[in-house]
Design a binder for this molecule. Structure first.
Ligand code: MLC
Ligand code: AMP
Length: 494
């Protein structure tokens, strides 16, 4: 199987690869910049031999050059969130055992102290460019390529490691199923430390020889203007973004609304994923733009697994069928495979798309696999040949605006506050975020703390999107006969 950089070498030099601000880069320019950066990273070495190189970069040309340069030189890219708190970044750098970090002027300060204490060198993309003509290594598909941090049922995020083969399999499944071509033009406004933005948008577009417009963060106004100008024909977003776009479209005057909706209506493909898209949002979107969103299901560990069809019936409320090369089964609580329709079971996935391992965590890796199948923790049923996601096996995982958050991680951070005796974090249904983080908090004897004080205390310690949207002060938490806090009872109380 080809790697992304090998596939990119087949695209014409003059074709536009990236648009960023008022600038652009052709495939020829991008390839040259990637090779120079790979050489810079190598220095006198022949191969980075899976050295973990972290990236803390906003969306832009340098991000793409850094990611592909690390891959080209045989390293493991560890893209980090520019929205993360210093403490979270320090944890990721330490866990990945990163040795170098690529940053820019705006991001370097946040990690400077952590890098100093961990002995990590900070470098920039442009400043390090040089002309030395060093041969680049040949990197086998089995080698580790990327580590993405994912929150889950543990109080600390795990590093999900994918090989070049895994990533190529994730990309090619979508190239096939969604008919990517070199004529495609897509905006990329999603965060670049998760597979939705990295694999589904950036890597797929580069694989196809298409054009990606890099926009640093979602801004409805900018996007609607660009859509009115017909700059894109493919669009991928999380449900929260469609909710926000609907609200923004509704504020436009009649003429603007007509132009924008026609712009969306003319696109060849609009995809929703990373969280359940409510049927009402599907319907509103179709009502406004005439587009039937294609909903699909995926996960950091597996890329995309299930997708509604490109050119057959797309059914709101379902996530379609397995993608090419991806095997999916449903398994009941006793471990038996479910064959019929209408019976809920856990989604198990197998294929080259499935990740290699949790970094430095063989126990966690072993725990999530049975007979070569990755157990997702998501529950689904088959409904007339289409998979329907019913929920998750763990109440401690919250999906807010497409981000997967761990209730345990947020609780553990809250408990660092001396005023808090105990707490329980849960995800409550929310029209905009899908689920919103709520915290039930019991204060220590005689402690005083307002919700606003606690929220600003949180901001210094966690990514802003993890900060509880609501804080409920309580006298005690509901517990079962074993003395364990029952999250379902907490949710019922809230
Ligand atoms: C922002 N905020 C959030 C939030 N995003 N709160 C809860 N959940 C979120 N997801 C808060 C901020 O903290 C801030 O709060 C306020 O909202 C405004 O921040 P913002 O940055 O201006 O918001 P906005 O740009 O509108 O961001 C919303 C968003 C963003 C939906 C564009 O969350 C986003 O890009 N989500 C996508 C995440 C993603 O790519 N997931 C894919 C994972 S991979 P305050 O209090 O400071 O005002 C995966 C696999 C798969 O899931 O299947 O794809
Ligand atoms: P992450 O770990 O951030 O990659 O998030 C993966 C999780 O997002 C999956 O395990 C699902 O719970 C959820 N998810 C992704 N797509 C969908 C979808 N279309 N419908 C419901 N849940 C989804």
């Amino acid at each position: 199987m080809k790697s992304l950089t090998e596939q990119m070498s087949t695209h014409p030099d003059s074709a536009t690869a990236l648009i960023f601000g008022s600038d652009a880069a052709t495939y020829g320019e991008l390839r040259a910049a990637v090779d120079v950066f790979a050489q810079t990273l190598l220095g006198e070495r022949a191969d980075l031999d899976e050295e973990r190189i972290a990236m803390l970069l906003p969306s832009g040309r340098d991000y793409v050059v850094a990611l592909l340069g690390i891959w080209r030189a045989g390293g493991v890219a560890v893209p980090l969130s520019t929205a993360a708190a210093a403490k979270e970044l320090e944890y990721a750098l330490r866990t990945a055992r990163a040795t170098r970090l690529i940053a820019c002027e705006d991001t370097a300060d946040k990690v400077a102290a952590a890098c100093r204490s961990l002995g990590i060198n900070i470098l920039a993309v442009a400043a390090e460019a040089r002309d030395a003509d060093v041969a680049l290594p040949s990197v086998s598909p089995e080698r580790r390529a990327m580590m993405l941090f994912t929150s889950g049922t543990t109080s600390q995020p795990k590093g999900v490691v994918s090989s070049h083969r895994n990533i190529a399999a994730q990309i090619t499944a979508l190239i096939d199923a969604w008919r990517w071509t070199a004529d495609d033009r897509i905006p990329l406004f999603l965060p670049l430390h998760h597979i939705h933005g990295i694999v589904n948008v950036l890597c797929c577009a580069l694989w196809a020889g298409a054009r990606v417009e890099l926009i640093d963060g979602f801004d409805a106004g900018t996007l609607l203007r660009n859509v009115a100008d017909r700059r894109y024909n493919v669009f991928m977003a999380v449900p929260t973004i469609y909710v926000k776009l609907i609200a923004a479209i509704e504020k436009l005057d009649d003429q603007q609304r007509e132009t924008v909706c026609a712009g969306f209506g003319e696109m060849r493909l609009m995809v929703s994923g990373s969280a359940a898209c409510p049927v009402s949002v599907h319907e509103q979107w179709r009502g406004l733009t005439g587009q039937t969103l294609l909903e699909r299901y995926g996960m950091t560990e597996i890329g995309m697994a299930l997708s509604n069809p490109y050119d057959a019936d797309r059914r709101p409320g379902t996530v379609g069928q397995p993608l090419p090369g991806v095997e999916v089964i449903l398994v009941d609580e006793s471990g038996e495979r479910i064959d019929g329709e209408g019976r809920p079971g856990e989604i198990w996935v197998r294929g080259e798309n499935v990740f290699a391992e949790y970094w430095d965590n063989p126990d966690a890796t072993a725990k999530e696999f049975t007979d070569g199948w990755f157990r997702t923790g998501d529950i689904a049923e088959l409904d007339d040949g289409y998979y329907r996601i019913l929920g998750r096996s763990s109440v401690d995982i919250i999906k807010s605006g497409g981000y997967k958050l761990s209730a345990l991680e947020i609780e553990s951070a809250l408990l660092d506050n001396d005023a808090i005796a105990e707490c329980a974090v849960v995800g409550m249904p929310d029209d905009t975020w899908g689920e919103a983080v709520h915290a039930a908090v019991v204060l220590a004897n005689s402690a005083e703390l307002s919700a606003d004080e606690l929220r600003s205390w949180c901001r210094a310690r966690m990514s802003n999107y993890k900060v509880p949207k609501a804080i409920h002060f309580m006298d005690g938490l509901p517990r079962n006969a074993m003395g364990k806090v029952t999250k379902q009872a907490v949710k019922a109380l809230l």
